[in-house]
Design a protein around this ligand. Sequence first.
Ligand SMILES: Cc1cc2nc3c(=O)[nH]c(=O)nc-3n(C[C@H](O)[C@H](O)[C@H](O)COP(=O)(O)OP(=O)(O)OC[C@H]3O[C@@H](n4cnc5c(N)ncnc54)[C@H](O)[C@@H]3O)c2cc1C
Length: 151
Amino acid sequence: MTTHTLRVAIIGAGPAGIYAGNILGKAVRDAGGTVGIDLFDTLPAPYGLIRYGVAPDHPRIKGIVTSLHEMLDAGSIRFLGNVGYGTDLSLDDLRAHYHAVIFATGAIRDAQLSIPGAELPGCFGAADFVSWFDGHPDAPGNGPSTPARSP
Ligand SMILES: Cc1cc2nc3c(=O)[nH]c(=O)nc-3n(C[C@H](O)[C@H](O)[C@H](O)COP(=O)(O)OP(=O)(O)OC[C@H]3O[C@@H](n4cnc5c(N)ncnc54)[C@H](O)[C@@H]3O)c2cc1C
């Protein structure tokens, strides 16, 4: 009997993408099948906002990186960083190479803030601020530069 490997792409290597890959891999193995999962992220390193969003003074939350790391190390997930959906990869590319695609791209931008003064200098969205605080590769070194978005 020929055994086929289920090929799955996951876009976004934050906790949602990694947990989804881990649960899927376990479910397929428990059913006697084999699975190969490619986990893509625009960033060079995994863990999404756990790495770049959660503040450094929340070590307990940051600690889930240890569990996520173990899931990535378990064997069926391959991480491919510096690859963005919509820039480096299209849906046609993914459809040509995978049986299924999971999008787990999170919420990387601040929501619009509709309060007076939101556009003033010195008013920043939390995502911009913590990106700088956590050393996100796209954040300017001298602090957040864009005011919170207003309508
Ligand atoms: C500003 C901020 C601060 C937070 N602080 C805390 C905190 O202190 N404590 C706490 O418990 N929780 C905090 N959270 C919540 C926590 O970070 C999120 O609940 C969690 O990270 C969501 O996981 P996720 O996998 O859905 O998304 P994310 O962690 O956002 O991961 C999504 C991943 O998808 C990637 N991606 C996006 N678009 C593309 C694309 N086109 N192609 C390829 N990859 C892509 C991103 O680079 C990212 O790595 C914070 C959230 C924010 C926004």
